[in-house]
Ligand binder design. Structure first.
Ligand code: 2BA
Ligand code: 2BA
Length: 109
């Protein structure tokens, strides 16, 4: 058995969970925050059998889209009287960041 942990854009999470449950997967979603952009994203956990992982990855691929976003980098430490003009930096975010973990034991009481 595997535990698939997917970090996805909040806008894609609902559609992805619908697709997963329709395909018979069980899923749990938690609200998370990206360390770099400090914006909300969603982390979806799915525990499933090894042979269902490829289909699951395909569903993630189909339902999560890549976006380009502009961010202002954190300002440097300033001396008194210095001025800082922030230049936005373009980053590519998502589709999805997916970790596939081996499950040592699974119980459902
Ligand atoms: P954030 O940390 O908010 O990162 C958003 C996007 O900013 C990233 O998109 C990446 O393009 C860029 N980025 C992140 N850290 C960077 C850095 N140190 N230097 C330069 N650019 C950086 P994605 O790679 O698609 O990641 C989307 C979200 O997935 C991330 O949000 C984070 O919450 C999570 N994530 C991605 N890789 C991860 C990893 N290896 N471990 C844990 N979480 C990860
Ligand atoms: P349980 O199987 O007891 O699951 C309770 C909650 O535990 C689930 O809430 C989900 O958050 C989490 N969970 C269970 N198995 C999981 C797994 N393999 N991976 C990740 N998270 C897991 P809900 O998703 O709201 O489901 C409530 C109940 O609805 C479930 O109780 C199950 O009886 C049924 N159910 C869930 N998904 C289903 C599906 N795709 N088809 C048919 N019945 C489903």
């Amino acid at each position: 058995m595997k535990l698939i942990m997917s970090i996805v854009n909040s806008d894609d999470a609902g559609r992805l969970v619908d697709a997963l449950t329709s395909a018979g997967y069980r899923a749990t979603t938690i609200s998370t925050t990206g360390g770099f952009l400090r914006q909300g994203n969603a982390t979806i956990f799915v525990g499933t059998e090894d042979d269902r992982v490829p289909e699951l990855l395909q569903l993630i691929r189909e339902n999560c889209h890549t976006r380009r976003q502009f961010v202002n980098p954190l300002p440097p430490v300033m001396e008194p009287g210095e001025m800082y003009m922030p230049t936005p930096v373009e980053v590519q975010v998502g589709g999805a960041t997916v970790f596939v973990l081996d499950v040592a034991q699974f119980e459902h009481f």
